[in-house]
Design a protein around this ligand. Structure first.
Ligand code: NAP
Length: 265
């Protein structure tokens, strides 16, 4: 098995990464940073997001595994003091694997530039910072509403506990193959009207957001910012591809949510 390690720069993470490399080498598991079968992220959920984007071109070949060096994460199953057990589980392949839905994002431009496609593991947002964002929201090619406000966020189930939660979106169990559209500070009055509540969109449906002005949008895909360009519309649906995790440690999802947001047991 060939393994790549992606880590953050924190002191503790660097120590854990060195220890992990030693254990992998003792188990005759090789490191291959370019064509790995397994990508181990050491850090937090943000580090796993970075690892995902580094290898999102090879989702069929690559499995992911997260070791967390801080608080319990949503994508990081192994603790830093469990490295021996982790390496042992890679050799014996005892643990389960699991896969989660991804968001497919297709960006269309006003000029001749060809469409671009991306995967989001958490979410994609469209915002306009200094002026009101004006956009038409289409669901399955039918105009649903005209949005005015700060922006819109489209999230995966595993991303529902991230930015989506901060803007009042629902937390969605990751076994549900759907995505969520949530508003960021919409303008609602007698003139402008949107639904005003987050919507969960089914896996065979798609959402297209057609932008009115082209000038100064900020489009994000997880922690990545897209350069400002002449975007005409952004199209979202659940991807056929999924992210696969190796050696997944089963933890009751709602226990993880409670642990992260309410109280530690
Ligand atoms: P960051 O600003 O350094 O960290 C954002 C925080 O979100 C970190 O504490 C991270 O956990 C946590 N997080 C990431 N994915 C999560 C998930 N699926 N469920 C629960 N918490 C999660 O940014 P970053 O590390 O580059 O991560 C980018 C993500 O930050 C975006 O995808 C977005 O969801 C989130 N974000 C949230 C807000 C907000 O809530 N207002 C604003 C901007 C961005 P770790 O500490 O374990 O890494």
């Amino acid at each position: 098995m060939k393994v790549a390690i992606v880590h953050n720069k924190e002191k503790k993470t660097l120590e854990v990464t060195e220890r992990l490399k030693t254990l992998l080498s003792q188990a005759n598991i090789g490191i291959d940073e370019h064509k790995p079968e397994l990508v181990i992220s050491v850090g937090g959920d943000g580090t796993l997001l970075a690892a995902f984007h580094q290898f999102s071109h090879a989702l069929d070949e690559v499995r992911f595994l997260g070791v967390h060096t801080g608080h319990l994460g949503f994508y990081t199953d192994w603790r830093d003091y469990e490295l021996e057990e982790l390496v042992d589980s890679l050799l014996t392949n005892r643990e389960q694997s699991v896969s989660y839905p991804l968001l497919k994002v297709r960006v269309s431009y006003l000029d001749e530039k060809p469409d671009q496609c991306f995967f989001a593991l958490n979410e994609s947002t469209i915002k306009r910072s200094n002026r009101t964002m004006v956009a038409d929201v289409y669901i399955k090619n039918e105009l649903f509403e005209s949005f005015r406000g700060d922006g819109l966020a489209v999230s995966t189930p595993t991303g529902s506990t991230a930015y989506n939660k901060s803007i009042g979106g629902a937390v969605i169990h990751p076994s549900i193959n759907a995505f969520q559209l949530a508003e960021i500070a919409s303008l609602n009055n007698r003139v402008f009207r949107t639904l005003g509540s987050p919507m969960v969109i089914a896996q065979d449906e798609w959402v297209e957001i057609r932008l009115e002005n082209t000038a100064d949008y900020l489009v994000t895909i997880d922690q990545l910012d897209m350069p400002k360009t002449n975007i005409r519309s952004i199209y979202y649906r659940i991807a056929k591809e999924r992210i696969h995790f190796a050696s997944y440690r089963h933890m009751h999802f709602w226990h993880r949510v409670k642990d992260a947001f309410i109280s530690e047991d």
